[in-house]
Design a protein around this ligand. Structure first.
Ligand SMILES: C[S@@+](CC[C@H](N)C(=O)[O-])C[C@H]1O[C@@H](n2cnc3c(N)ncnc32)[C@H](O)[C@@H]1O
Length: 279
């Protein structure tokens, strides 16, 4: 007699309601509003500049890769083969291309981005986090990178994100770290909405542990550069410019010492936090 095998059949992810419409086979769950139109413009500017010049107009590619690699390392650490993973604010879908062995889903509010992510084999939908379309407790892992600083209602978004994570599931958040928001507040800033807040270890920790009763598994800081405004120990701009100049020389002549010092003297650009949902 053949030994009985237990086959764990894993059902695909379902939506909790019917889409409003489809475009390029992508289901839509949110109607256009001012917030969505603003992000359509940003995504369009991003994609058209990348198509023209191959460059990202918003961030240096090496810095973006560094942060992506930090987040990807955490996904690799906390995921198992065949886990269902959702990337919220999936953008171009870059991070999930590193994980073809996972069952990959993505949502965003830019059709330009979603078409790119779809071509990479990610199952995508168009939805605001606030209109979360998936069934409750669906995903083993959720990743949400560089999104929470944008949203209108932070607590509502966190609640909606956690609602579609399985009990004991893992949420990996990445946001800018202690960012200076001055540029976004200027009258000539080109977009109506961009970053509306910033985070550090304590603000993310308090948000997820005190308000949402989750457990923080680990925190990882990423993306160190000798930018004068990121210097930790002085707010004197001339001194910071001078230090930054010295760091540039150090990078050229003793890169190993530079690497060590830059993480000690400068604030990181981004923070990653791994959060476990309670049972
Ligand atoms: C800075 S990009 C980050 C993209 C990608 N996660 C990455 O790290 O490269 C922010 C993304 O979040 C999306 N987004 C912003 N607010 C959102 C919301 N309320 N609901 C869904 N997506 C949102 C934007 O369209 C954009 O693709």
């Amino acid at each position: 007699m053949l030994a009985e095998k237990t086959i764990t059949k894993r059902m695909p992810i379902s939506f909790s309601r019917q889409p409003i419409r489809f475009e390029s086979d992508i289901p839509f769950f949110s109607n256009a509003n001012e917030y969505i139109k603003n992000y359509e413009i940003i995504a369009h500017d991003h994609v058209s500049e990348m198509t023209k010049t191959g460059k990202n107009p918003f961030i240096d590619e090496s810095l973006w890769k560094e942060s992506e690699n930090a987040t990807a390392g955490l996904i690799a650490k906390y995921s198992k083969a065949n886990d269902f993973i959702l990337d919220i604010g999936v953008g171009l879908g870059r991070i999930l291309t590193k994980f073809p062995h996972l069952k990959r889903y993505g949502m965003d509010i830019s059709i330009d981005y979603l078409k790119h992510a779809q071509k990479k084999g990610i199952q995508v939908c168009f939805s605001l986090i606030e209109d979360m379309p998936y069934q409750l407790n669906s995903f083993d892992i959720i990743v949400c990178t560089d999104v929470l600083e944008h949203v209108f209602d932070l607590n509502d978004c966190c609640k909606k994100i956690l609602s579609v994570l399985k009990p004991s599931g893992i949420l990996i958040i990445r946001t800018p770290f202690a960012e200076d928001l001055t540029a976004y507040a200027k009258a000539d800033y080109p977009y109506k909405y961009a970053h509306l807040r910033t985070f550090d270890q304590n603000s993310l920790f308090l948000l997820f542990t005190k308000i949402f009763n989750c457990q923080v598994m680990e925190t990882q800081l990423s993306g160190y550069r000798h930018y004068p405004r990121r210097f930790k120990y002085s707010s004197c701009s001339q001194f910071n410019l001078l230090t930054s100049f010295l760091m540039r020389c150090l990078r050229q002549f003793t890169p190993a010492l530079y690497k060590l010092l830059v993480t000690k003297l400068y604030n990181p650009i981004e923070i990653n936090m791994v959060i476990k949902k309670s049972n």
